[in-house]
Structures are given as C-alpha cells and as structure tokens.
Design a protein around this ligand. Structure first.
Ligand code: F6R
Length: 607
C-alpha cells in the first residue's frame, strides 16, 4: 500500500530517494516525504499529493548521503502534510517511515500524551517514533527492539537516528522490506521496484526480523529483545528497470493489457507436455499418488485473484472431476474454517503480500493443511509461506487494476486442473485437446487485443451510463464478476455482477433503458439459455453488450465484443480480455486517472 525507500552510501541520498518513491507511487499516492540529516538536525520535506509535488519542493542540492522516504496511502489520519511520513520523535532526533497499521496506537498515544508528549500528526506511526525516541537503550538497534516490543500490529519500518547517522535500522512484521546491496552503498525498500535501477542483489527480510544497514555491510537478527543473529545471503532478482517503465504506453494498465500474449507465453513455457498430454509444474512437489489422494481443491485469494480462483475451481471440477471452490481469503481467515487433510488449499496472489491471503495461508499451515501458492512476485511473503506452488511469470504488475496477473493465474489453474485430471480420469485425447488449447491462448489474446479500436467504440457509446449489470452462467459467472470489478475500480461506474440464471429471481426489476447489461455468451451447452436471457432483457428495453464467440441472431445484441474460439473449458481466460479493454476505454472516456484510481492502491498489506 504505502512505499518505503531508504539509502546509505557515498552518493547524495535525496535524488535516489525521490526516484525510488516515484517507482513506488503505485503503492500509495496521497502524500510523500523524505528526511535527511543536516547540520545537527533533520531536514524533513513532506507534502500531501504526488511524488512530483515533493520533487517540486526540493529547490536545492541536499548533501546528505543517508536518508529515508515514504509515499503514503492513508489509513490513520487523512492525507495531509502533517500526516505524511517521515515522522520525528519529540526530540527531533529520530526519524521513522512505516508501512502497516499499529493496532494499539490509540492506547500508546494516550499513554504518551499522559507522559507529556505532544503529537504533531493523527497517524499511528508517530506513536512508534516517540516510543523509539524515549527508549533509554544505548543504541538505535536496541531502542527499536524495545519500542517494537510494545507495538501490536503490522509494520515495515526504517529508522534513522541523528546521533548515529551512519546507519539505518529496519524491521519487518507483516509488511515487506527488502535490502538492496550495492558497491559501498545500501538501499532499503518495501518493493524491489525501487531498487532495480541500482542493484539486482537483494535480501528479503522475513517477519520478525530486524537489520542494521551500513554503507558496506548489513546485519540481520530476530526482532525479540533477546535477539539472535540470522544469516541471510543476497539473491539475484531478474527484473530490470525497463519492467517498470511505461515505454510508449499511455499508462501501466494499457501496457500490461498488451503484455498479455508475452506474459502468457512465459507462464506456459516448459509446462506443457504433449507426449503425456499433461502439465509439468515443477514447483509442485507432489507425486502422482499424492495428487490422486486429493479429494477437494479450495482456492483462496482476494479481489481479482479470488475471481481467478473461481475460474480455476470451475476448471478443476471440469478437468479433474474433483469438487473445487474458491473463497475470499479475507473471509476464510476469520471463520475458523474446518481444514481437511485431503483438501488441497491454493493461495492466489499477484503481489504475494496481500495480508488477508497471507493470514489465510498461515492459518492453514498452522492447522496442517496442504498448501500451494500461485503467486507472481518471487520472494514475496506468500510465496515463502507456501514453499511450493506455481509462479505466474507475468512480470511486474504496476497498474492497480490487475490484468496480466489474472490471466496468468487463470491459465496456471487450468494447468493445475489438467495435471490433476491426467492423474485421474481425463483421457489422453481430452488432455491433448486442452494442451493444444492452452498453446493457442497467447495468439488468441493478441487477436482480441488487435480489436481494441472496436471495443473502445462500444465503450464510448456506453460512457454516460451510471450503472450496469454484468451477467454470465457457470464458466461465464466469474468472468462477469471480474468484468464488473474492472469497470468499478477504474471508471467509478456502478457495476453489479449477477448469475444470468438469477436475473429473473429479482434483479430483472432494475432493467430498463437506462441499465445496460454486459452478458457473457460462449458458444457452449448454455448458449440457448443465454440467448433467452438476452431476450428477457431486450423485452424490458435494456441494452445488451454480448461478449461472445457464437453466431448470435442478427440484431439480438446492441453490441458484440468478439472472442476467438478455443476449448470451452478455457473460455473464461479469453472472455476476460475484452472486458479489460471495455473498462479501460470507458474509464479513459470519462477522463479517469487509470493507474491511480481513487481510494485504491496496489497490494493491500493492511486489514
Ligand atoms: C483488482 C485488483 C485487486 C487485487 C487484490 C488481490 O484489479 O487488483 O482486487 O486483485 O487486491 O491482490 P493480490 O493478487 O496481489 O493478492
């Protein structure tokens, strides 16, 4: 959600910090700030608004070679200059940036206020800055440890002490922190996106760890007051700075939509086996006997990852004939779920940092559930928690609205369904059919993207609509949900997804000539049912946009978004693509800031 950058080394820190914040702006963008030591005090520059506004406030060179910076997505306290990070303690000698939520902040604030501390902001973070500043411990490292022992909640923090301005202290509990190792310089960030311009050698902190970071060395240890050292070696990330550049695209959503054929190619590469008509998923450490012992599959994720899970559940049931379902991880974690020994639980997450999904995975592991992760970001918390699974290989997804990650998730789950099916009753012929269908996907996605202009025209026709239905049956239902989600989040047009079969049980009452319906109409065994639904809507003067690969009767739909034919089981993957373009162009027509939708940020690392 928020973004953290820290630097210690031989170069001026401020330009590196601001450039790092710029890379992280997709994680939060309501305020930004930095702190560097200067002439015995901190120079703190912070402002409500974008990183560019922070940049505008820096009018002269800042000589310091150490500093910390933050881009915020407000949780405690509205976006304002005062609530922007970094926060200082009362003495002005400790500076802190923080991601996450301190749950006992109100209690700490009351205690500190009773002790005479005057707060300068409404944030939960400031209480932690005061706790660190008031600790009597001899070193910054120990002060941080002591202060954190009084804190409940989640955090990724970076702390700088004016009295010892040659090192940073960082700590992690539930909010990512990664160190970047340079030549006589070190970087700290909440996301590798801020580091890849400078180094590809990184060290991921785990929850419950602290690091002391100097220009030439770092030491990691456990967070407990009675701490013990933790040995960590750097890993190489294969991301480069271009992955985070717009190139020629207008925004990241458009860039990522158009990257889908290549991203899909990477997800499929080396994973399809024609000879045995199955999928080869090297990250799943289960032999055929273990795969056969699975009696149920449950997908857990949030938002679009949950909808991809619904697509996956349908695929697993169809291909492997194993009962499968999907549930929002945010619900699962709170309902004391019954964990069954012969169920395979699959945590789905692009970022690998979504707190609800991570908590669900942790609860499952604690209860001894069999757990796999289907994750995009290598080294992320969920990937490490799950230990085995499938990486999406979608490349960095910067746009808040998920596109290529959803497509790669659904495709990976199709491969999982194929694998589970082929150790059971899915015939070689059907396995071959699915393998061939999967191979066709990248080209067919490119074919859909080539019709962008036509989709944009349809979106423009409906741009003055204030509310829309998205309906689909069975395979089309998660597609409708994802289509409605995309439209809502980037255009702010109300969109409600419904099972087409349920329309006449209530919501049909809302249909009139002001309420258009997007309907998912694959050429499958339910085609005549979907045509019936279109007729019901038309009879009530509702406009219909059909997403279809069928030959519909002339004039039945008011607009068609065409999709190429593939195997029906794989339809959800292809049918989602025109809806991404539809949402994108409708939002663009309304002049929305597509990469920075209001109230939203990438990676929900808080509850
Ligand atoms: C929608 C969107 C969100 C995410 C959700 C889960 O476009 O981006 O709904 O899908 O917050 O995020 P991950 O997949 O990172 O766990």
């Amino acid at each position: 959600m928020c973004g953290i950058v820290g630097y210690v080394g031989r170069r001026q820190a401020a330009p590196i910090l601001v450039e790092g914040l710029h890379r992280l702006e997709y994680r939060g963008y309501d305020s930004a700030g930095l702190a560097t030591p200067e002439a015995g005090a901190f120079r703190v520059i912070k402002t409500e608004g974008r990183v560019q506004q922070l940049r505008n406030l820096i009018k002269e060179e800042i000589p310091a070679t150490i500093g910390i910076a933050h881009t915020r997505w407000a949780t405690h306290g509205e976006p304002s200059d005062a609530n922007a990070h970094p926060h200082l303690d009362a003495s002005g000698r400790i500076a802190l940036v923080h991601n996450g939520i301190i749950e006992n902040a109100d209690r700490l604030r009351a205690q500190l206020t009773a002790e005479g501390v005057v707060f300068a902001s409404d944030t939960d973070t400031e209480a932690l800055a005061h706790l660190i500043g008031r600790s009597g411990a001899p070193t910054l490292e120990e002060k941080v440890r002591e202060a954190l022992s009084r804190v409940e909640g989640t955090y990724g923090i970076v702390v700088l002490d004016l009295d010892d301005p040659d090192h940073l202290v960082v700590a992690r509990n539930g909010s990512p922190i990664v160190l970047g190792i340079g030549e006589s310089e070190m970087f700290v960030a909440s996301d590798v996106a801020a580091l890849v311009r400078h180094t590809q050698q990184v060290v991921y902190l785990d929850d419950g760890e602290l690091a002391v970071v100097r220009a030439t060395e770092f030491h990691t240890s456990t967070l407990a007051v009675e701490s013990s050292p933790v040995v960590k070696s750097p890993t190489t990330v294969d991301l480069v700075v271009d992955d985070y550049e717009l190139g020629g695209s207008a925004d990241f959503m458009s860039k990522e939509i158009h990257e889908q054929p290549t991203a899909l190619g990477r997800a499929l590469s080396g994973r399809l086996n024609e000879r045995f008509a199955t999928a080869h998923l090297g990250g799943i450490n289960m032999d055929p006997r273990e795969l056969r012992a699975i009696r149920r599959v449950k997908f857990l994720g949030c938002g679009s990852s949950y909808y991809a899970g619904q697509m996956g559940a349908q695929l697993v049931e169809e291909l492997a004939r194993i009962p499968a379902d999907a549930e929002p991880a945010s619900e699962f974690r709170y309902r004391n779920p019954v964990v069954e020994a012969d169920t395979l639980y699959v945590a789905l997450s692009q970022s690998g940092e979504t707190l609800d999904t991570l908590a669900a995975a942790q609860e499952l592991k604690r209860k001894g559930g069999q757990l796999l992760g289907v994750v995009n970001v290598v080294g992320s918390a969920i990937a490490r928690e799950c230990g085995s699974g499938i990486f999406l290989h979608a490349g960095p997804e910067v746009s808040v609205a998920s596109t290529k990650a959803l497509t790669n998730t659904a495709t990976s789950l199709a491969m999982l369904g194929l694998l589970l099916g082929r150790v059971r009753d899915l015939s070689t012929a059907d396995g071959k059919r699915i393998v061939a269908g999967l191979r066709r996907l990248p080209e067919q996605v490119a074919e859909i993207l080539a019709q962008e202009h036509a989709v944009a025209e349809v979106a423009a026709r409906f741009a003055d609509t204030r509310s829309m239905f998205f309906v689909g049956r069975v395979r089309g239902w998660p597609v409708a949900r994802e289509g409605a989600q995309k439209l809502k989040e980037i255009s702010y047009v109300h969109a409600e997804a419904y099972q087409a079969s349920e329309l006449k049980h209530g919501p049909l009452a809302l249909i009139d000539n002001t309420m258009p319906t997007v309907i998912i109409v694959p050429d499958d065994e339910l085609l005549s049912k979907n045509i019936g639904t279109i007729e019901e809507i038309k009879a009530r003067s509702g406009a219909v946009i059909a997403v279809t690969n069928a030959e519909l009767p002339e004039g039945l739909a008011d607009a068609e978004l065409r999709v190429p034919r593939n195997e029906t089981e794989l339809d959800p993957i292809l049918f989602t693509i025109p809806l991404q373009l539809f949402a994108y162009h409708l939002a663009a027509k309304l002049g929305r800031d597509i990469d920075r939708p209001r109230n939203l940020a990438k990676s929900v690392t808080v509850e």
